[in-house]
Design a protein around this ligand. Structure first.
Ligand SMILES: [Zn+2]
Length: 143
Protein backbone atom coordinates (compact mmCIF):
# COMPACT_ATOMS: atom_id res chain seq x y z
CA UNK A 1 0.00 0.00 0.00
CA UNK A 2 1.08 3.59 -0.43
CA UNK A 3 2.03 5.68 2.59
CA UNK A 4 3.06 9.30 3.08
CA UNK A 5 6.16 9.08 5.26
CA UNK A 6 8.34 11.57 7.07
CA UNK A 7 11.93 10.36 7.09
CA UNK A 8 13.31 13.61 8.51
CA UNK A 9 11.77 16.59 10.26
CA UNK A 10 11.45 19.72 8.12
CA UNK A 11 9.30 21.59 5.59
CA UNK A 12 6.45 19.88 3.64
CA UNK A 13 8.86 18.49 1.05
CA UNK A 14 10.19 15.99 3.62
CA UNK A 15 7.17 13.81 2.80
CA UNK A 16 7.75 10.87 0.51
CA UNK A 17 5.16 8.49 -0.93
CA UNK A 18 6.39 4.93 -0.52
CA UNK A 19 5.10 1.38 -0.63
CA UNK A 20 4.84 -0.32 2.75
CA UNK A 21 3.36 -3.66 3.84
CA UNK A 22 -0.33 -3.68 4.76
CA UNK A 23 -0.51 -3.94 8.56
CA UNK A 24 -2.07 -6.99 10.17
CA UNK A 25 -4.46 -6.01 12.97
CA UNK A 26 -3.48 -7.29 16.41
CA UNK A 27 -6.04 -8.99 18.70
CA UNK A 28 -7.73 -5.71 19.74
CA UNK A 29 -7.05 -3.71 16.58
CA UNK A 30 -8.98 -2.71 13.49
CA UNK A 31 -7.52 -2.25 10.04
CA UNK A 32 -9.18 0.74 8.38
CA UNK A 33 -9.04 1.88 4.76
CA UNK A 34 -8.65 5.63 5.08
CA UNK A 35 -10.96 7.70 2.87
CA UNK A 36 -10.12 11.15 4.26
CA UNK A 37 -7.91 12.71 6.88
CA UNK A 38 -7.78 16.15 8.42
CA UNK A 39 -4.46 17.86 8.88
CA UNK A 40 -4.17 18.72 12.54
CA UNK A 41 -1.79 21.36 13.83
CA UNK A 42 0.03 18.54 15.61
CA UNK A 43 0.60 16.82 12.24
CA UNK A 44 2.26 19.87 10.74
CA UNK A 45 4.29 20.64 13.84
CA UNK A 46 5.41 17.04 14.17
CA UNK A 47 6.53 17.10 10.53
CA UNK A 48 8.58 20.19 11.33
CA UNK A 49 10.01 18.61 14.51
CA UNK A 50 8.49 21.15 16.89
CA UNK A 51 5.45 21.53 19.13
CA UNK A 52 4.32 25.01 20.14
CA UNK A 53 7.57 26.39 18.79
CA UNK A 54 9.66 24.18 21.10
CA UNK A 55 11.73 21.18 19.99
CA UNK A 56 9.53 18.10 19.68
CA UNK A 57 11.69 16.06 22.05
CA UNK A 58 10.87 18.55 24.84
CA UNK A 59 7.48 16.85 25.12
CA UNK A 60 6.66 13.33 26.30
CA UNK A 61 4.92 12.46 23.05
CA UNK A 62 7.83 13.69 20.93
CA UNK A 63 10.58 11.64 22.58
CA UNK A 64 9.82 8.34 20.93
CA UNK A 65 8.97 9.29 17.37
CA UNK A 66 10.22 6.55 15.07
CA UNK A 67 11.42 7.65 11.63
CA UNK A 68 10.20 7.11 9.03
CA UNK A 69 6.96 8.25 10.64
CA UNK A 70 3.38 7.88 9.39
CA UNK A 71 1.49 10.97 10.56
CA UNK A 72 -2.28 11.38 10.68
CA UNK A 73 -4.30 12.28 13.74
CA UNK A 74 -7.76 12.78 12.20
CA UNK A 75 -8.57 9.90 9.84
CA UNK A 76 -11.93 8.58 8.69
CA UNK A 77 -12.51 5.39 6.75
CA UNK A 78 -13.97 1.91 6.49
CA UNK A 79 -13.03 -1.09 8.61
CA UNK A 80 -11.39 -3.74 6.44
CA UNK A 81 -10.47 -6.30 9.08
CA UNK A 82 -10.54 -6.70 12.84
CA UNK A 83 -8.43 -8.62 15.33
CA UNK A 84 -9.65 -11.74 17.12
CA UNK A 85 -10.73 -9.87 20.29
CA UNK A 86 -12.81 -7.21 18.54
CA UNK A 87 -16.53 -7.87 18.98
CA UNK A 88 -18.25 -4.57 18.21
CA UNK A 89 -16.72 -3.62 14.86
CA UNK A 90 -16.94 -5.49 11.61
CA UNK A 91 -15.61 -5.03 8.09
CA UNK A 92 -17.58 -2.45 6.14
CA UNK A 93 -18.26 -0.21 9.15
CA UNK A 94 -17.56 3.49 8.60
CA UNK A 95 -15.43 4.86 11.44
CA UNK A 96 -13.98 8.15 12.61
CA UNK A 97 -11.46 7.11 15.24
CA UNK A 98 -10.90 9.27 18.25
CA UNK A 99 -7.40 10.71 18.12
CA UNK A 100 -6.61 9.68 21.69
CA UNK A 101 -6.15 5.97 22.27
CA UNK A 102 -6.70 4.73 25.81
CA UNK A 103 -5.91 1.29 27.22
CA UNK A 104 -9.53 0.35 28.00
CA UNK A 105 -8.45 -1.63 31.07
CA UNK A 106 -7.23 0.77 33.78
CA UNK A 107 -9.49 2.14 36.54
CA UNK A 108 -9.98 5.42 34.67
CA UNK A 109 -10.97 3.68 31.44
CA UNK A 110 -13.32 1.25 33.20
CA UNK A 111 -14.96 4.22 34.97
CA UNK A 112 -15.54 5.92 31.62
CA UNK A 113 -12.81 8.49 32.18
CA UNK A 114 -10.60 7.22 29.39
CA UNK A 115 -9.31 10.73 28.72
CA UNK A 116 -7.46 10.36 32.06
CA UNK A 117 -5.89 7.01 31.11
CA UNK A 118 -2.22 6.99 32.18
CA UNK A 119 -1.38 5.02 29.01
CA UNK A 120 -3.17 7.37 26.62
CA UNK A 121 -1.52 7.81 23.21
CA UNK A 122 -2.23 10.09 20.28
CA UNK A 123 -3.05 8.39 16.97
CA UNK A 124 -0.45 9.26 14.36
CA UNK A 125 1.95 10.58 17.01
CA UNK A 126 2.63 7.80 19.50
CA UNK A 127 1.59 4.95 17.26
CA UNK A 128 4.76 3.99 15.36
CA UNK A 129 3.93 2.69 11.92
CA UNK A 130 0.23 3.37 12.42
CA UNK A 131 -0.42 6.85 11.16
CA UNK A 132 -2.66 7.50 8.23
CA UNK A 133 -1.91 5.57 5.10
CA UNK A 134 -4.32 4.02 2.67
CA UNK A 135 -4.98 1.55 5.46
CA UNK A 136 -4.45 2.00 9.13
CA UNK A 137 -4.17 -0.26 12.09
CA UNK A 138 -4.74 1.33 15.45
CA UNK A 139 -5.38 0.36 18.99
CA UNK A 140 -8.78 -0.51 20.35
CA UNK A 141 -10.93 2.39 21.39
CA UNK A 142 -14.50 3.39 22.01
CA UNK A 143 -16.13 4.83 18.96
ZN1 LIG B 1 -6.60 3.23 30.54
Amino acid sequence: MKAALISNFGPPDVFSIDEIPIPTPGPGDALVRIKACGVNRMDTELRAGVYGGEPLDSFFFGRNIVLPHLPGIEPAGIVEAVGADVVDLSPGTFVVPHSHLSCGNCANCVAGDDNACPKIRVLGVQTPGQGVTQNISFGRQRI
